[in-house]
Design a protein around this ligand. Structure first.
Ligand code: GMT
Length: 378
């Protein structure tokens, strides 16, 4: 198949899923064309089946806001026509699904029928998407996609609850490439961070408010009162400065390091003992899956789709949003040397269920289904 993938090219979960999916499809022999405004972060190698088309955003003194959606739609039209694509798969509804709809209508006028599949990732539904300034367009573009997927049952439920949807939604969960995300031998790294064999806690996120990184610090402050430990914070975003200030207030700076955006997050995860995910909303929790693949148990909230990944008392524990006292209690339990090896083993076993090789065929089957439905209707 010749597949166009539209996504955010950044470190964000939806962009990572879209890029890893494209890489997996290319490995299977499909030709995959990424259409984005810059090279996707994880598209950092050559493969004869992978192509990248940059959206050309022209600005003009009249535009306070350059119309990205129009440039994107125009690029989609161009790539579909000249690369003879079989389908467009857009990740994150805003503004990709509505741009794809526009591209589809333009192509129709030239007798080209292109199926559009929209994958909903989370905040495009639960946060930004349901805001009145976007909701009508999001509703319309979900209803007018030829196929829709969501990354968890919870996100599917939320979508039906918040929007007037008259289209089916197939759940295809996030996945992990276990060849990349695995426990690597990085003992020298662990010794450098934890010279006295302290326990190592890790959090990775984009430091947005929705991640409640302040709860990570609160949990760590209280874990530290009980056992020698260190905290690594990976990623960057709007809350980072505030979190650095909170570290001082909680007097945990000496034991905490902010690492910023990292390409090889699996190296840090390889030496971690516990992963903290304190999000208020989380449609799936890809960052937790990446940790589990590196044998790291997870202390998380029970928000959104996290319970579809983290198994209570088996791969870690879940608590209500904001309940840092419960999270601390659970973290101390998991970090106990009598319990930690079992949790680590269970985390890996669970991650294996989301192996790319299990999930990729679900996308391929969905593509086939959507394309054959379209052929039947034409
Ligand atoms: O977590 C983020 O804020 C990034 C966001 C994105 O769309 O880039 O991630 C969402 O998509 C991921 C991949 O499907 C999911 O694993 C994350 O749970 C989801 N984030 C939220 O729902 C907050």
């Amino acid at each position: 198949m010749k597949i166009g993938i539209v996504c955010y090219p950044t470190f964000g979960g939806s962009g990572v899923v879209a890029t890893e999916l494209g890489k997996g499809l290319a490995q299977e022999g499909h030709k995959v064309h990424f259409i984005t405004y810059s090279q996707p972060t994880r598209l950092d190698f050559f493969n004869e089946n992978l192509f990248y088309h940059e959206v050309d955003i022209r600005t003009y003194p009249l535009f306070d806001y350059p119309p990205y959606e129009l440039a994107l739609a125009s690029k989609m039209v161009d790539v579909v026509k000249y690369e003879k694509l079989d389908l467009l798969h857009v990740h994150y509804a805003i503004p990709h699904a509505s741009a794809a709809y526009m591209a589809k209508q333009i192509l129709k006028t030239e007798d080209i029928e292109i199926p559009v599949i929209t994958t909903l990732h989370g905040t495009d539904i639960t946060l930004v998407g349901k805001d009145a300034s976007y909701a009508p367009v999001v509703t319309f573009s979900i209803n007018n996609s030829d196929g829709v997927t969501a990354v968890s049952e919870d996100l599917k439920k939320d979508t039906y609850e918040h929007f007037k949807i008259n289209n089916g939604i197939e759940v295809i969960p996030n996945f992990i490439d276990l060849n990349r995300f695995q426990k690597l031998k990085k003992e020298h790294f662990k010794t450098a961070i934890c010279p006295n064999n302290e326990k190592l806690l890790v959090h990775t996120s984009n430091f947005r408010k929705v991640k409640r990184v302040e709860d990570v610090l609160k949990v760590f402050q209280n874990v530290l009162k009980e056992i020698p430990s260190k905290l690594l914070l990976v990623g960057d975003g709007p809350e980072r400065n505030h979190m650095e200030a909170l570290c001082r207030e909680y007097e945990v700076c000496e034991h905490t390091r902010f690492l910023g955006k990292l390409d090889a997050v699996e190296e840090v995860l390889s030496v971690a003992d516990l992963f903290l995910m304190t999000s208020e909303k989380e449609s799936f929790g890809l960052a937790a899956l990446e940790a589990m693949a590196c044998q790291v148990p997870v202390i998380s909230t029970n928000a959104g789709g996290i319970p579809e990944l983290n198994i209570q008392g088996v791969t870690g524990f879940m608590s209500d949003v904001g309940d840092w006292e419960d999270m601390t209690k659970n973290a101390l339990y998991v970090l106990n040397d009598d319990n930690l090896p079992t949790f680590k083993k269970n985390a890996l076993a669970r991650a294996k269920e989301f192996d790319l090789v299990n999930i990729l065929p679900l996308y391929e089957a969905f593509y086939e289904k959507v394309m054959s439905n379209m052929n039947k209707n034409n």
